[in-house]
Each structure stands twice: as C-alpha cells, then as structure tokens.
Design a protein around this ligand. Structure first.
Ligand SMILES: Cc1cc2nc3c(=O)[nH]c(=O)nc-3n(C[C@H](O)[C@H](O)[C@H](O)COP(=O)(O)OP(=O)(O)OC[C@H]3O[C@@H](n4cnc5c(N)ncnc54)[C@H](O)[C@@H]3O)c2cc1C
Length: 413
C-alpha cells in the first residue's frame, strides 16, 4: 500500500462549473492554496447547457419594479465586460462571444413597456430602440419595434475552457464511487478528504481549512455525505429546444407582457452549422411535453414571433436540464447568489451564470474573515500526475435524434 501524503489547503472546491472555476481562479489570485475536484466533465449540468447571456436585470424589471433579483444582478454586465475585454482579472479576453448585444422584440409595440422597464428601474443596462436598418436579419419582418440591450452573450464551452486552462494544475478528476472519503469531526467540520488517484491508485489526504460545494445538482448528495441536514436544495426542470441549419444569427428575447416568451441564442456546431438554443417560457411549458410535442409547439411559436425566418430546411431537437438551487419556500429562484455556511463548509449556488463573480466574492469574504494567512505550499507539485477533467460537450453535440421541420420522422446525425 503506497504511503498516504497529507496536503494542507486553504480551500477545496467541489464542482467545476461557472461557480467553482471562477472561485478557484479568484482564490488563487489572492494567494490562497486551493484545488478543485470534478466528478464528471467541467460544466456538465447547467453551465454547458446554459444560453450564456450576461443578464443585467431587465428580465426582472418587466413588471416596472426594481425587484431584489434585478438589484443583485445589475452590476454583473459591467464586471463581465471588463473581464471579457481583458481590463481586469480574470482575464477572459480569449472567451468566444456569441454576441455583444441581445435584442428585444414583440409583435406589438415595445415602446410603452421599455419606458417602464429598465430605465425607470435604474438599471446599468437599459434597452435602446433601434431603427429598422439596424435590425438583425431575423427580425426584419417583425411588425413591432425592436430594442438592443447591452447584454453580452458568451459561448459557455469557451468560457469553461479559458478558466480551466488558467488553472489546469489545480483541477483534479475524482471518482465519487471509490476514490473519495470524508473524515468529519464531532461538529461535522471536514477534517480530511481522502482521494485516490484514479490513474495510479495513489492515496492523498487533503486537509482543508474550508470546503466550498459548487457542484450544482451534485450539492444535494454532497450535503448528505457531509451530514449537512439543514441544507435543502431544489431543482427546477427545463425542456429546451435546439434548431440547426440555415437559421440566421439571433441572440435575444421575445417579450410577452411581463414574461419572456422565447429566448434565442446562436452558436455553431462542430460541423459548422448554426445552432439555436431556444428557452424562455417555451422551455418551462415544455417540461410536461414529449420531445415531439414540444418541437411542434416550438415550430408554431417561432413561426409566429419570427415571420421572416425560413425554417424549411431546419432540423429540430430538444434536451432536458434542471436548474439546481437552494430550496426556497415558494419554489422559485432565490433573488441572488446564495452561500450557506455550516462549520468549515460553504454550500454555494450562483443561481445565474452571470452571478458567478458575486458568488466568489461572497465565499472569499467569509474565508478572509476566518483566516487571512495563505498556505503558500507548492500544491501543484503534489498533483503533477493527477488526471484532469475535460470540458463537457454542448447539448447539440450530444443529441442523436433530429427532426426535420416538414416531417415528424426523426433523423440521426
Ligand atoms: C438551460 C439553461 C439556460 C441558462 N441560461 C442562463 C443564461 O443565459 N444566463 C445566466 O446567467 N444563467 C443561465 N442559466 C443558469 C446558469 O447556467 C447556472 O446558474 C450556472 O451555470 C450554475 O453554475 P454552477 O457552477 O453552480 O453549476 P453547474 O454548471 O451545474 O456545475 C456543477 C459542476 O459540478 C460537478 N459535480 C456534480 N457533482 C459533483 C460532485 N459530487 N463532486 C464534484 N463535482 C461534481 C458537475 O460535473 C459540474 O461540473 C441557465 C441555466 C439553464 C439550465
């Protein structure tokens, strides 16, 4: 049996989605020693499946009120824009942008609603009405007015890759079944995390001052393993639609009263085809539908709200994904990024990709309050031979069944 080494660390992070990777990057830049443990692929779960919109809160002000959600998220587009522009750390200038803007449209006039939303609410990012000549091709035939919103849209896979590349030496792939054990003290503080290198079989004991659970849907099981009985979680399911082929580029929201009827973001698949991810109300309504019913519903919806777009050669698919959050009494999304502290464990949920910087700030505020002496050991040397997790594949690369617009016959890739 190889000798077990003990590695003291300031922070051990579980989960390498937006939350865990942003936190790891931030923690290291402040001189703390940290590693991130990933059980699957980086971002598998929510981040890789997300639409990548760096929300500024407009969506939460459609009722005309500055809701707590809108207040919390208002500063995020400014922080992200500076990171994506390489002005501040983390330098995300290598992240692929899907778009610099989102568009807002509806079939009737936007002006009344826009005057109320955003501007009156005092958001940092407010919609600006654009002339017909400035419209993207997909919206040229829409009857109502169109506005542009200064919300950037990122490519989630590229974002995960950039943060992973910056921190590769601290990312450890772990085997939850046979390569991970916890040792807790009488107050359920984590004393040791025993890992077994999945490639070499070598054991190592991590001795963390703090542990951050950033595992999205995986936080539920981790909380059970750590006997954190007061950490309650909730999942809110979505059934998203994918459209690929000769669709025009479009990133934006079609609004209907105070709700987002449809949100569309555009990417490109590995064969160079354009792909739309279609979410918003359609993906909530689709939860109880079969894939084929949802596709038919989406076809009707998209033809109605995008009269100028030709879907004749488009192919359609769907994917299901859960949003993972701390439980709320109403079952709706918490207003802000959430950190629950239990002993030396932080259970953390950004609740929005856009809120990842705010979540990291919150966790770090607690770390610094408890201790401010970094253990500057050369942690990387201990883990030089450890297998690293890869970034997850986007949903459209995992779908086998695609349906053409004019038939219900599924086609395979
Ligand atoms: C369809 C969809 C669209 C969205 N669109 C947007 C958007 O446009 N803008 C926005 O701001 N937000 C959006 N969101 C919300 C956003 O995606 C999430 O809030 C955010 O990505 C959550 O990040 P996370 O790191 O907490 O979790 P995840 O991205 O779920 O990452 C969790 C990580 O933990 C790993 N893991 C799981 N269990 C364990 C374990 N036991 N040990 C170690 N690792 C583990 C997983 O493999 C994964 O890598 C969207 C969400 C969905 C579902």
């Amino acid at each position: 049996m190889p000798e077990t080494r003990t590695v003291p660390l300031d922070l051990v992070i579980f989960g390498g989605g937006a939350a865990g990777l942003w936190l790891l990057d931030e923690v290291r830049r402040r001189g703390h020693s940290a590693v991130l443990l990933e059980a699957h692929q980086l971002g598998s779960g929510q981040t890789i499946a997300s639409q990548g919109i760096i929300h500024g809160g407009l969506k939460y002000t459609l009722s005309g009120l500055l809701t707590p959600s809108a207040q919390a998220i208002a500063e995020m587009p400014v922080i992200w824009r500076r990171c994506l522009g390489g002005e501040i750390e983390p330098n995300l200038s290598a992240v692929r942008l899907r778009s610099e803007y989102c568009y807002l449209w509806r079939s009737t006039s936007l002006s009344g609603m826009l005057a109320m939303a955003g501007a009156r609410a005092g958001l940092r990012v407010t919609p600006e009405k654009i002339s017909p000549a400035e419209r993207p091709k997909a919206l040229t035939a829409c009857k109502g007015s169109v506005a542009r919103l200064n919300e950037q849209v990122i490519e989630p896979a590229s974002f995960l890759q950039v943060l992973a590349d910056r921190n590769r030496d601290r990312l450890l792939k772990v085997d939850l079944e046979s390569g991970l054990e916890f040792e807790l003290d009488s107050e359920n503080n984590v004393q040791f995390i025993r890992l077994i290198n999945p490639q070499t079989g070598t054991p190592v004991d991590l001795q963390p001052r703090h542990v951050a659970l950033c595992a999205g849907g995986g936080n539920e099981q981790l909380a059970i393993s750590l006997r954190l009985t007061t950490i309650q979680t909730q999942r809110r399911p979505l059934h998203m639609v994918l459209v690929r082929g000769t669709v025009p580029e479009l990133n934006g929201h079609c609004l209907d009263g105070t709700s987002t009827r449809v949100t569309i973001t555009t990417s490109t698949d590995s064969s160079g085809r354009r792909v739309w991810q279609v979410g918003g109300q359609i993906s909530e309504d689709g939860v109880d539908m079969t894939a084929s019913d949802l596709i038919q519903h989406a076809q009707r919806e998209l033809r109605e709200i995008l009269p100028g777009v030709d879907f004749a050669t488009a192919q359609w698919s769907t994917y299901r994904v859960d949003r993972a959050e701390p439980a709320t009494s109403s079952g709706i999304r918490p207003d802000d990024a959430v950190v629950h502290i239990r002993g030396n464990v932080f259970a953390a949920w950004p609740t929005k990709l856009a809120l990842a910087p705010r979540l990291a700030e919150r966790v770090l505020a607690e770390c610094v309050a408890v201790h401010d002496t970094a253990r500057a050991d050369d942690v990387s040397a201990y883990f030089a031979k450890w297998p690293r997790p890869e970034v997850a594949l986007p949903p459209w690369e995992c779908q086998q069944q695609w349906t053409s617009a004019d038939s219900d016959n599924p086609q395979s890739n």
